[in-house]
Write a protein that binds this ligand. Sequence first.
Ligand code: ATP
Length: 282
Amino acid sequence: MTEATPLLDVQGLGIRFGGLDAVKDVTAVIPAGQITAIIGPNGAGKSTFFNLISGFYQPTAGTIRFQGEDITRLRTHEVVARGIARTFQTTTIYRELSVLDNAMIGHRVRTRAGLWDALLRTGRERKDEAESRAGAMQALERVGLAGRAHLPAGALTQEGQKRVGIAMALSSDPKLLLLDEPAAGMNPEETVNLMALIRELVTGGLSVALVEHKMSLVMGLADQILVLHHGQKIAQGTPAQVSRDPAVVSAYLGSHAHGGQMGHGAAAGADAQGTGGEAGHA
Ligand SMILES: Nc1ncnc2c1ncn2[C@@H]1O[C@H](COP(=O)(O)OP(=O)(O)OP(=O)(O)O)[C@@H](O)[C@H]1O
């Protein structure tokens, strides 16, 4: 990988479900060391985009390159091994198990072909266990939960449980972390704490891409925003650029009646002074 090679580079990416183009012809770059937000009205294809990048879905068109390597056809655990990990909209946390055990499960599921595969490889159990424990402990330190490693996960607050979910993804020590609606269900104070955590992780060298409806988080955190609408990229730029891009505003206004959420004042609030250039259209 040269200096100029982007961390993640998707070209003409698409997937069709029956007659529906859930993601269509998306070309975008996710740079290293930054926070990239993927936004768009409900059903725009954001989660599907994440599912494509993380190997959960196989694209029907296009390529995905990570650090210069073609990862388009890799399976999930192979993608993880290259350095991409993700959280889910609703992370399953085992409430009765300790925080550490949860993070260890995250490590195993992500570094093996699957949980059952991990469980059945009993011969390698001890080495695996030590590796998972070390990876999980490091991840817990990064999310500020090392001191609570031995508490049952269910004893943590909602915010603490979110941190466990992030630690589960971090336990494989990814270079790129994909966060799917990390602030869902969080109150404003928790959202602010989460934003601080994401910033810290990026300062520590991680690159982050996130899907999020909460515009306060997106506008306050993202270095760049990629906007999807009906599966297609309609804009990419800084928060200031994107929030006053006519195509973006109209996509959100058009979808507002159907549950679009940019109507929470984000478009106006992010760049009241009108500074910054125009968003780059797809
Ligand atoms: N596995 C699937 N099979 C069929 N259709 C799917 C599948 N996954 C997603 N879709 C469809 O693809 C479109 C994009 O869905 P997706 O969940 O990616 O949107 P989104 O932007 O994440 O929406 P939201 O903000 O509501 O989570 C939707 O019309 C959805 O119904």
